[in-house]
Design a protein around this ligand. Structure first.
Ligand SMILES: [Zn+2]
Length: 100
């Protein structure tokens, strides 16, 4: 099957804007900002949970810990959702966020 460049019904300005948005998204990710289109994760196994600070940075801390500094741990994306970096439980994104 030959692959032809698809006809895009958008103006070149719109394509340029989309390119800028992708770059801003990439830069925000590089800065540790939460830019994902999903709910924040909470591991029922160990209590590790994600939070977003006032400045937009994604952090994790253990539920119930008064000193909720960033643990530095991050949930790892996997085929079924995410893997907890602490107890290695697999979290399905769809199951999360109901208690928030
Ligand atoms: Zn866990």
């Amino acid at each position: 099957m030959s692959h032809q460049e698809p006809k895009i019904p958008f103006s070149s300005e719109l394509k340029e804007l989309a390119g800028h948005l992708r770059e801003v998204h990439r830069q925000a990710e590089a800065l540790g900002l939460f830019v994902e289109d999903r709910l924040l994760l909470h591991c029922a196994g160990c209590g590790l949970r994600e939070d977003v600070r006032f400045d937009g940075r994604l952090v994790t801390s253990l539920q119930g810990v008064a000193d909720a500094r960033d643990s530095g741990l991050r949930f790892e994306p996997s085929a079924g959702g995410f893997v907890c970096p602490l107890c290695h439980a697999t979290l399905s994104v769809r199951d999360e966020g109901e208690d928030n």
